[in-house]
Write a protein that binds this ligand. Structure first.
Ligand code: BJW
Length: 235
């Protein structure tokens, strides 16, 4: 069994990190305009506003803790190899809650909030403090060149070769807590299904892609994911 797990903001919602879109209209993108905060053009136009948005989210992340869904996925990743299987864990999330929940190989296709990248020299560094337009790159010493190491709209997601290689080999594809509205991640389920994988969606409610899944499990990730992992490992 080769399982490809794709997670989104819903897996971290019960850890207190906001989702982007939800049907009640309280997601981050209902309160903040993504075109003013999550595009390279927005950062070029108003870097201070973009830094402020990510500084707020970084502080929030540092005070958050992983939940039962993160721990269950880490357990699955640890235990599958002993049963002749393997799991690839790809997340759209920029938080580090999968790692803090015990996962040891996490593919962050949209980057990582606790890292900064220098637009001048390309160096990537750990970043736990606030960033500003006066921040200095520890590698090249230039001022004002650091940006959050995240993937904005219009930018190419990270690790795409590795992701498509894992999708091609997957016998099972499981999507957890993602609305299925942002590409290319939203297209992974169709890619996996076309290659014969069994597809399963775990979400509070049907996502935009629900029709493409063979199996659906609806409820809070912290309940449904541990139950799904228990069933899989005891089967
Ligand atoms: C729960 C729960 C609980 C709640 N338990 N569940 C094709 C068609 C149309 C457009 C495009 C296209 N291809 C590309 C585009 C453009 C664009 C795009 O997709 N736009 C759409 C809006 C239409 N895509 C891009 O620009 C991407 N780049 C790109 O495509 O480059 C070309 C390329 C492709 C392939 C190879 C090479 C090159 C880049 C996208 C970057 C996205 N960036 C963001 C911000 C990152 C930094 C940050 O965090 O600020 O990523 S936007 C935001 O959305 C963030 C997320 O990772 C992403 C997905 O959101 P997610 O995780 O699904 O969260 P929500 O909030 O949408 O959903 C939460 C879900 O959880 C809901 O369903 C709830 O029900 C559920 N839930 N509580 C279980 N307790």
């Amino acid at each position: 069994m080769k399982i490809f797990v794709l997670t989104g903001a819903g897996v971290s919602a019960e850890s207190g990190l906001g989702t982007f879109r939800d049907k009640s209209g309280t997601g981050l993108w209902a309160r903040f305009d993504p075109m003013k905060l999550a595009t390279p053009e927005a950062f070029a136009r108003d870097p201070a506003a973009v830094h402020e948005f990510y500084n707020f989210r970084r502080r929030n992340l540092l005070s958050a803790a992983p939940n039962a869904a993160h721990s269950a996925l880490a357990r699955l990743q640890r235990e599958l190899p002993g049963r002749g299987g393997a799991m690839t864990l790809v997340t759209q999330n920029i938080d580090d809650l999968h790692e803090r929940g015990g996962a040891d190989a996490v593919v962050h296709m949209h980057g990582e909030l606790l890292k900064a990248r220098c637009a001048a020299c390309g160096a990537i560094h750990a970043q736990r403090d606030d960033l500003s337009t006066e921040s200095v790159c520890p590698s090249c010493g230039r001022e004002g060149t650091l940006r959050p190491h995240v993937v904005w709209f219009g930018e190419t997601p990270l690790f795409m070769d590795e992701i498509f290689a894992a999708l091609a080999e997957a016998t099972h594809f499981v999507s957890i807590g993602t609305s299925g509205s942002v590409y290319p991640a939203a297209g992974f389920v169709s890619e996996a299904r076309a290659r014969g994988a069994h597809t399963c969606e775990i979400n509070l409610e049907p996502s935009d892609n629900a029709a493409v899944f063979d199996e659906k499990r609806y409820g809070a990730a912290s309940d449904v994911v541990p139950a799904w992992v228990d069933a899989l490992l005891s089967g």
